[in-house]
Every structure is written in structure tokens, then in C-alpha cells.
Design a protein around this ligand. Structure first.
Ligand SMILES: NC(=O)c1ccc[n+]([C@@H]2O[C@H](COP(=O)([O-])OP(=O)(O)OC[C@H]3O[C@@H](n4cnc5c(N)ncnc54)[C@H](OP(=O)(O)O)[C@@H]3O)[C@@H](O)[C@H]2O)c1
Length: 311
């Protein structure tokens, strides 16, 4: 019997299973033969997302801010993935609640009480409990809270993720074609190691399937190359056979613009994105990454080609 058949009795619940990363984790787990639950606040979105895949996940409606709604999603699960995200604070949906105590830690504690074997918390490179940024600080405190609620939890920190439906590279590709002058964050010197979202999904599903040769619990996933923001824009322009003129824009101006943009229904830029762009987004040396999981990260050229094919 192959491993896919052996996995059918293993239930994995992916919170945020309809999201950019979560849906890909769900898909890979289904391909690996697991029984998968995709949990989110809008279960009706599950079916259209997975209708073209061979197998369907179970759609579960759950809000991680409401502890009473997560029990049925967790029941009987062998592994839980928390791929829930919040990019703009709104009412009770604050970074502190979603990324820290009332959500991430509650979910981890419920998983521990439910005798779940593995808990995978998706965080991000640069998470820092002591950061002045609400977003980066809440992410860091979220990691600490998860580790204490579920000892042995996996903490997965991806760099900014790319893919044909991403919010990062797709926007840059579109804007480079559109704008005569491209405004950059600060002097454009922030170093980035963007990673292909499918590589992260492969790594996470592999961890659940026991593919973790060194037995590590904290991972930082970056792509094969590090670019400064400026170099990245030049590289994308080169691939698109176009020129790009860059205009440095101070971070304070970006922050003010993002504050206004957040009032729009689908904010094109958020203050937390500006905060993230102030710091290098590069995997730390010495922290296990994709290579340690025998995954060769996909180059950005290939992702740009995928974005172009989709346009
Ligand atoms: N995207 C990146 O470049 C990037 C980089 C580094 C780290 N990360 C991290 O990766 C993780 C996933 O990010 P993503 O970009 O895939 O996010 P996303 O596309 O925005 O997806 C978020 C998912 O969470 C669900 N969700 C939101 N609030 C929820 C709640 N209260 N209860 C239950 N489900 C909820 C959403 O569905 P509903 O709205 O239907 O509930 C959706 O399925 C996050 O931890 C993020 O910080 C992302």
C-alpha cells in the first residue's frame, strides 16, 4: 500500500484553508491522500476553489476569534495548520487578537486539549515580539503564545510569498508595465528573499507527512536569491523587456498613503506592508529552511512567467 492510501484515515484541518497559502496546503494534503478539512469563516468559498481538483476537502465554518466555533473543526484531527491571516485591523479584528492570544494561542490550546499530534503555525520572517510595529510585534508574540500552548509546535516563517495570484509580484509586474516612474520604498535598499508559495505549501504538507530529516521545529523559508527591492524591480523589468525609472519615496510618506488606502474596501497597500518593507525579509542563517527539507526553491523568473501566462 503506498503512503497516499495509508493517509486516508489521517484528518488534517487547515484553518485559513481557502487563503493564498492555505488552499495550496489543502491541495497538497489531498494529493498525499489525507482527509482534509478546510476551515474558514466562509465555508461556501471552499467548493468553487477545489472543484477542479480530484478530491474535495470538507468545508468547515469556523472563526478562530470564537473559541466555541473551532471545536468541531479540531475534533478527530491528527494535525492542525493555522494559515489564518489578517492584513488590516478592523473592529475586534486586531493583529493582537488574530496573531496573538485570543486566536492563535486559543487554537493551539484547543489542539493540545484535543490530543492533536502536530500543530503548524504559519508566521513570517522578521516576527519580533518586541517590535514597535503592531503587526510584526503581534506576529512575534503569537509565536511565543503558540509555543507555550502547544509545546513542540512547528513555527513556519515564510518570506514574502509569490505566485500567479499573489498580492506582491503580480502588482509589481502590472505597475512596471503601467507607470513611467516607479515609486520605491525608501531608497529601495531593503533586502528581500521572496519564496514561491507552492514551495512553502510543499514544505508544510511534507512536515505533516513526517518529512523532517533533522527533526527541526522552527523554519524560515526563502527563495533561491536575495535582491534589494531596487534590484528586484530591475530584474522584473529585464524579464518584461522594459525599462523602469525608480523614484525613492520616504517611508513616512508611504505610511500616510497606506493609512488612507486602508479606508478602501480592498486596500492596495497597508501600513503593515510598509512596516515589513522597512526591514530586510531574508531567512536567518542557521535556521532550517527549504533545503533542509530537500526542496529546491523555485526561481523568481519562473514565477514571473506564470504571472505573465495568467495575465
Ligand atoms: N502572503 C504572504 O506573502 C505572506 C508572507 C509571509 C507570511 N504570511 C503568513 O501566511 C499566512 C497565510 O497568509 P495568506 O496570504 O495565505 O492569507 P490570506 O490569503 O489572506 O488567507 C487568509 C485565510 O484566513 C481565513 N481567515 C481570516 N480570518 C479568519 C478567522 N477569524 N477565522 C478563520 N479563518 C479566518 C480566510 O478566510 P475567511 O476570510 O473566509 O475566513 C482565508 O482562508 C498568514 O499567517 C500570513 O501572515 C503570508
Amino acid at each position: 500500500m503506498d503512503s497516499a492510501n495509508l493517509n486516508t484515515k489521517r484528518i488534517v484541518t487547515v484553518f485559513g484553508g481557502t487563503g493564498f497559502l492555505g488552499r495550496r496546503i489543502v491541495k497538497r494534503l489531498l494529493e498525499g491522500g489525507f482527509t482534509v478539512r478546510a476551515a474558514s469563516r466562509h465555508s461556501a468559498r471552499v467548493s468553487p476553489i477545489f472543484s477542479s481538483t480530484g478530491r474535495m476537502p470538507e468545508a468547515v465554518e469556523a472563526d478562530i476569534l470564537d473559541a466555541s466555533s473551532i471545536g468541531s473543526a479540531i475534533a478527530g484531527s491528527e494535525a492542525i495548520v493555522n494559515a489564518v491571516s489578517l492584513y488590516v485591523e478592523q473592529g475586534v479584528q486586531t493583529f493582537e487578537r488574530v496573531h496573538h492570544v485570543k486566536a492563535a494561542a486559543d487554537l493551539a490550546a484547543a489542539a493540545r486539549d484535543g490530543k492533536v499530534d502536530q500543530f503548524i503555525h504559519i508566521s513570517g520572517i522578521g516576527s519580533d515580539p518586541k517590535s514597535d510595529s503592531n503587526y510584526i510585534g503581534a506576529r512575534g508574540r503569537g509565536e511565543v503564545a503558540v509555543e507555550s500552548a502547544f509545546p513542540g509546535a512547528f513555527i513556519v516563517r515564510p518570506a514574502v510569498m509569490t505566485g500567479p495570484d499573489d498580492a506582491f509580484l503580480t502588482t509589481i509586474v502590472r505597475l512596471i508595465r503601467l507607470l513611467p516612474i516607479y515609486p520605491v520604498f525608501g531608497d529601495g535598499g531593503t533586502r528581500l528573499q521572496s519564496v514561491y508559495v507552492e514551495d512553502v505549501a510543499k514544505a508544510v504538507s511534507g512536515l505533516i507527512d513526517g518529512r523532517n530529516p533533522k527533526g527541526s521545529s522552527i523554519f524560515e523559508f526563502g527563495g533561491p536569491r536575495i535582491y534589494t527591492y531596487k534590484e528586484l524591480l530591475w530584474e522584473i523589468a529585464r524579464q518584461l523587456h522594459t525599462n523602469v525609472k525608480l523614484m525613492p519615496v520616504p517611508f513616512a510618506v508611504w505610511k500616510a498613503l497606506a493609512g488612507v488606502a486602508e479606508l478602501l474596501p480592498a486596500a492596495p497597500i497597508t501600513r503593515n506592508q510598509v512596516d515589513l518593507m522597512r526591514h530586510d525579509n531574508v531567512a536567518a542563517i542557521g535556521v532550517p529552511g527549504l533545503k533542509e527539507l530537500d526542496i529546491e526553491p523555485r526561481d523568481i523568473d519562473e514565477v514571473i512567467r506564470l504571472i505573465e501566462q495568467r495575465a
